[in-house]
Design a binder for this molecule. Sequence first.
Ligand code: PEP
Ligand code: MN
Length: 337
Amino acid sequence: MIIVLRPDATKKQIDHIIDKVKKLGLKPMVSRGVERTIIGVIGEEDILRVQPLEAFAGVEKVMPILKPYKLVSREFKSEDSVINVDGVKIGGKKLTVMAGPCSVENFEMLLDIGKKVKKAGASILRGGAFKPRSSPYSFQGLGEKGLKFLKDVKKETGLKIITEVMDTRDVGMVEKYADILQVGARNMQNFNLLKEVGLSKKPVLLKRGMSATVKEFLMSAEYILAAGNFNCILCERGIRTFEDATRFTLDLNAVPLIKQLSHLPVIVDPSHGTGKWDLVSPMAKAAIAAGADGLIIEVHSNPEEAYSDGEQSLVPHRFEAMMKEMHSIAKAVNREI
Ligand code: PEP
Ligand code: MN
């Protein structure tokens, strides 16, 4: 249920309503928009039927949310959410590009890639220190040492850092280094992890599970918001279909669809979505044309030697060329890059 407040509702009136909702044993989630404040109420909504909240001063209307996801829905918040990552905004007119290697391998390579992607226009550096590998015998990531390299490159370049957290036990450590916590596709329905990152003060990038429907994806995001963290970014990264000519099938339908259903920013990962470096640039452009708020791209100086995902990594000069070509696409959809 959503309680929409009048634009002129006072703080005293709002506090009184919040108090009342809490006394009814429900959880109020307050969203302060530019125009007005709205309060989402999670819990046994039936109680509200016997409590006429419309009668309270400051209330404009009370509406049920019919979708299973509430806080992430457009009904809850009609304007687009803009996530502020320590000065870098995700979800506004300006597109956000995150780029870097699949795995953090060593400091020198990370710094080299960081400098190059920054020069090409990226504002956030990606790199996994904890890697979710299909085989237990594959490289699992450098762990905290990798996080330190990310932080050091941040210091030198000014890039913000995004890195994956795979385990509830690591959230405290990863959030000390990262500006955005990445929850990977394989953990999209790790509900304990979602609750844990939902308690963090750091923004979260939630990747779509490879076999998850859009509804399941949004329900997972709902866990993060319900725990109190509204700074959630959604990432389409490809799903499993019968098609095996590409690593995954990048579901670009999901981009405008999610934009209709949710106020959260959506970014696209054409690297994992295709699995082939020469498909990355075309699909990145298609993603922006479809309305994505940004991209996350794997870049490696020597893909042949990459510890993971070399086949889908762009070399820096190709990344730079893609960024240049992106200007006209962005302009065509009234965005900036
Ligand atoms: C990654 O970003 O390197 C990654 C493992 O992505 P995903 O969780 O989408 O497979
Ligand atoms: Mn990867």
